[in-house]
Design a protein around this ligand. Structure first.
Ligand code: IPE
Ligand code: IPE
Ligand code: MG
Length: 252
């Protein structure tokens, strides 16, 4: 069996009434998984795509309304050309081959991040996927691609500045205006802030993910490497989330 199971399914108790509306995942550990198995890094990314596919289906079946995955950061361009090219080839394969399945699941795909500068083939596949799934009414699956939290805020602030200059906005800039100017804002259906951010592979940092949107997100970490991630691990982490006491600064 390829995947590690840390706990049996029978002991997982998910409360259907307390499911998070929006789950965000920092899918990390592909490279370490490959190293552990004596394989090239791209084999890790390939295995990671399989996990992603499985988790999209699982999240949709669990009734989660929004799933956002961190697929490629604005800093990941620092990696070798071979790795970057390989990641985009794998991503293209994922969106092309699994488009039918996404449609069957009624999943609507959106992109957070400026994907206009990714390799042309990958861009074309993304364009098609966004278009073909646009009218689906099930789970919204946001792929953060060439995404950075600071780039997100900067772009939003510049959009607002343009509107101020043109006179479309006058007076105070509000939190709501900033939220709506982000990738998760107006152009992608005003996605609610993530209830929970999951990071795999034992790293406990945001790495420039959803900086504005994470203000009151719960953080859940696991040592499991992303290619070993299973629906069982996912449900276990959601159970951990459901055990949290979210106070939003209020008193008990
Ligand atoms: C996450 O896995 C995938 C991307 C960042 C694209 P990594 O490639 O970061 O894996 P590690 O952290 O080197 O193990
Ligand atoms: C974050 O992982 C980005 C993605 C998962 C796409 P990284 O592996 O790039 O982050 P660092 O370098 O460990 O912070
Ligand atoms: Mg990493």
């Amino acid at each position: 069996m390829r995947k590690n199971q840390t706990k049996g399914t029978e002991s997982i108790m998910l409360d259907k009434d307390r499911m998070p509306r929006h789950v965000a995942i920092i899918m990390d550990g592909n490279g370490r998984w490959a190293k552990k198995h004596g394989l090239p890094r791209l084999a890790g990314h390939n295995a990671g795509m399989e996990s992603m596919k499985e988790i999209v289906r699982c999240a949709s079946n669990l009734g989660i309304q929004y799933l956002t995955v961190y697929a490629f950061s604005t800093e990941n361009w620092k990696r070798s050309q071979e790795e970057v090219g390989g990641i985009f080839r794998l991503l293209t394969k994922f969106v092309d081959l699994d488009l039918d399945e996404l449609n069957e699941e009624n999943v609507r795909v959106k992109c957070f991040g400026d994907y206009s500068i990714i390799p042309p083939k990958a861009k074309k596949s993304m364009d098609e996927t966004l278009k073909e799934t646009a009218d689906n009414t099930g789970m919204q699956f946001n792929i953060a691609l060439n995404y950075g939290g600071r780039a997100d805020i900067l772009r939003g602030v510049n959009k607002i500045a343009d509107k101020v200059r043109s006179g479309e906005i006058s007076g105070e800039i509000t939190e709501d205006m900033i939220s709506r100017s982000l990738w998760s804002g107006d152009e992608n259906g005003n996605v609610p802030d993530p209830d929970v951010i999951i990071r795999t592979s034992g790293e406990e940092r945001l790495s420039n993910f959803l900086l504005w949107q994470c203000a009151y997100s719960e953080f859940v970490f696991t040592d499991v490497l992303w290619p070993d991630f299973t629906p069982e691990v996912f449900e276990q982490l959601l159970e951990e989330y459901q055990g949290r006491d979210r106070r939003f600064g209020g008193r008990k």
